[in-house]
Design a protein around this ligand. Sequence first.
Ligand code: DQA
Length: 146
Amino acid sequence: NGPNLNLLGTREPDIYGTMTLEALSAKCELWGKDVGFGTTSRQSNSESQLIDWIHRAQKDGFYGVILNAGGLTHTSVALRDAIAGVAIPIVEVHLSNVHSREPFRHQSTIAGVCLGSIAGFGPIGYQAAILCLSQHLNDNQLEAPI
Ligand code: DQA
């Protein structure tokens, strides 16, 4: 989770709902368990931290990443390049329907290098992303953590 997602629960609740990031992370753990995967949730407001996490994800023992890049989705070439530069599958997720909002949110720099994208379903979008990613990992040769 990228910039400003630490404010979930109180941030523009009409758009992002009232679930806190902590509660969402707890849900993700349950949704992961449902499909046989452990999950770790992380959030940073820093683009460089997100890039470092992506670079290290496989080494850190992860099979895949679900990424809500927040506003960086619409601006960050560096984040796109980080995703393109690693073998680990990454699913883009957004709580809101970015395509029905301001025109600057219609563009994603990362969508083209992600496995797929889910937007507009609130927290359940994370569950959908976990399900889709687990299906992908089960269907394909798992790129084992290194
Ligand atoms: C968001 C959508 C982005 O446009 C916005 O900048 C966010 C949250 C979402 O989850 O809907 O920070 O990624």
